[in-house]
Design a protein around this ligand. Structure first.
Ligand SMILES: [Zn+2]
Length: 69
């Protein structure tokens, strides 16, 4: 499914998965899994800051689940 590959690459451009946390590649802010349902806390000067309500943990979960179907 090429769509999944693209989504995963896009995810990898924006985020780093580091153990128990996900980090924004642009501003370096972290988010723990326990906050996975809270919008990602970008720094105010982050280019991704305008994208309100990002949920990278859930995005990754959806991408990976689809890959197993
Ligand atoms: Zn950011």
């Amino acid at each position: 499914m090429p769509d999944r590959q693209e989504k995963l690459q896009d995810w990898n451009r924006r985020w780093r998965f580091i153990g128990e946390l996900i980090r924004c590649t642009a501003c370096g802010q972290d988010q723990l899994y326990r906050d996975s349902r809270v919008p990602f806390p970008h720094k105010a000067n982050c280019p991704e800051f305008e994208h309100k309500g990002q949920l990278p943990w859930l995005d990754l979960e959806v991408i990976l689940r689809r890959s197993l179907e």
